[in-house]
Ligand binder design. Structure first.
Ligand code: MLT
Length: 207
């Protein structure tokens, strides 16, 4: 019995990777289903609702202020989300998913990649920032993220995520062994059509 309210849509075409959809602050399990279908038509979709409430708005972990995270909560919630994915894989019979996270959802996906890399097959991180100031140390001989593909799409004029922060996240994930593709788009914090197009082309290319 899962602790996360969620939606699951089975795959309609074999061979498309399952997606783990992670919404932004104030979103819910329905928000990203349309985006998931645009990015990878035919994929199974697993879409949980964040369990933390901030003034009634669902999120995936607590924050003290915008961009200032309760890092103990980030760790705890990332592991809890990892357990949810493991259980859901059993229940629904799906492979390890590619995360598609936006904003707060991208940040918990980044935390999951750093803390429990086996849970995800890869990730599309939309407007993500560094989730942990002191992430686990990487064993350089055996990088945890071993070649996993990650697409990081940042907004050039994002008021929440400074360019230095997204660059640091890209570096952290690369150092942990991931295959990171980082693009900075002429956009703010909101998604643009370019995000959808780039994500769709990227997931086809890593398939
Ligand atoms: C966060 O809290 O994860 C970031 O500030 C992004 C957001 O949700 O606004």
């Amino acid at each position: 019995e899962s602790k996360f309210i969620h939606r699951f849509e089975p795959a309609t075409s074999a061979g498309s990777p399952p997606l783990l959809l992670l919404h932004g602050t104030g979103g819910d399990e329905n928000d990203l289903l349309g985006l998931g279908k645009m990015i990878s038509p035919g994929s199974a979709l697993l879409s949980p609702r964040g369990r933390v409430l901030e003034h009634g708005m669902p999120r995936f972990f607590r924050r003290l202020a915008e961009g200032v995270f309760d890092e103990d909560d980030v760790r705890r919630r990332a592991l809890e989300l990892g357990d949810f994915v493991t259980d859901a894989r059993q229940q629904y019979g799906i492979a390890a998913p590619v995360a598609v996270g936006f904003s707060n959802g991208a940040n918990i996906a980044a935390a999951l990649l750093l803390l429990k890399p086996d849970v995800l097959a890869g990730a599309i991180l939309l407007r993500a920032m560094v989730p942990l100031s002191d992430p686990p140390k990487t064993d350089l001989l055996k990088p945890e993220l071993g070649g996993k593909p990650i697409l990081l799409l940042s907004g050039q004029s994002d008021p929440i995520v400074p360019a230095t922060n997204s660059a640091k996240l890209a570096a952290l994930l690369s150092e942990a062994g991931a295959r990171v593709d980082h693009k900075v788009l002429p956009a703010g914090h909101q998604l643009s059509q370019a995000d959808v197009t780039l994500a769709r082309n990227w997931i086809r290319s890593v398939d």
